[in-house]
Design a protein around this ligand. Structure first.
Ligand code: ATP
Length: 258
């Protein structure tokens, strides 16, 4: 028996479809995010990334197919599944009038963590994202990159095993993007957190990541980068993406959304 048969995947999506009226946003999507790996969900605008995140986080009800977090179906055992899941949405979700620390404590309270434990965890989390000095500032005084770091710290307050992030670097400058990527990769390496990182930027991918190429609601390829490149007969992942999707490459320099 292999290791993957013993350990449930951090996230397992099987045969999921979702339509907005007549518009099919996800068409029979299946993908796996293994534990303790950094998996990139790569897709251009409109690929269906946010729709998938909405289903995983139960903002939308899954009508077709199934979604499991560490073996728990999100529709049948939402309490267990959501307890193991941390989320950073594409849109900013901090309460700008609360202090940075209050944003974390509020989230902790929603997860049943209160009092001294919550304060200790909030302070440790802010230290980790190098924002301990800003704990008492209203969130609105932070830069975009700092807000993202607080959102990541907040998503980790209840110690999830799976962290999903929907285009977390959109709108950030190169240095802020690099800092966030470095921090999240460190969570995988040092804490064994599984990460699903949605992006449309090929230059956010590293050689030992796993990748899922989502295009117009369908998974076109998935697996180790080397495997995806070889399967598509390409020279590198940029070339593979172009061949798979018929679209030109997208890098950080061209990150403005269309
Ligand atoms: P982006 O990077 O632009 O956010 P995405 O990969 O997250 O793109 P989705 O936002 O999931 O993609 O959109 C997938 C498809 O569903 C697109 O064709 C989009 O126009 C459509 N869509 C998304 N939300 C809605 C909605 N509320 N009503 C109708 N169509 C929608």
């Amino acid at each position: 028996m292999t290791c993957s048969q013993v350990l449930p995947a951090a996230l397992e999506v099987q045969g999921v479809s979702h339509a907005y009226g007549a518009r099919m946003a996800l068409d029979n999507v299946s993908l796996t995010v293994p534990q303790a790996r950094f998996t990139v969900l790569l897709g251009l605008n409109g690929a269906g990334k946010t729709t998938l995140f909405s289903l995983v986080t139960r903002l939308f009800h899954t009508r077709q197919g199934s979604i499991r977090v560490l073996g728990h179906r999100v529709d049948q055992a939402p309490g267990e599944a959501l307890r193991l899941l941390g989320v950073v949405f594409q849109a900013r979700t901090l309460d700008l009038d609360l202090s940075v620390r209050e944003n974390l404590l509020y989230h902790a309270a929603l997860h049943g963590i209160g009092g001294r434990a919550a304060r200790r965890q909030a302070d440790a989390a802010l230290q980790e994202v190098e924002l301990a000095g800003r704990a008492r500032d209203p969130a609105r005084r932070l830069s975009g990159g700092q807000m993202r770091r607080v959102e990541i710290a907040r998503a980790l307050m209840h110690r999830p095993r799976l962290l999903v992030l929907d285009e977390p670097t959109v709108g950030l400058d190169v240095a802020a993007r690099a800092a966030i990527l470095r921090h999240v990769r460190g969570l995988v390496r040092e804490r064994g957190v599984a990460v699903l990182w949605a992006t449309h930027l090929l230059d956010e991918i590293e050689a030992d990541d796993l990748i899922v190429v989502l295009h117009k609601g369908r998974v076109l390829a998935a697996g180790e980068i080397g495997h995806v490149v070889a399967e598509s007969g390409a020279a590198d992942i940029h070339d593979a993406f172009s061949r798979l999707t018929g679209e030109a490459r997208v890098t950080g320099e061209a990150q403005e959304k269309t």
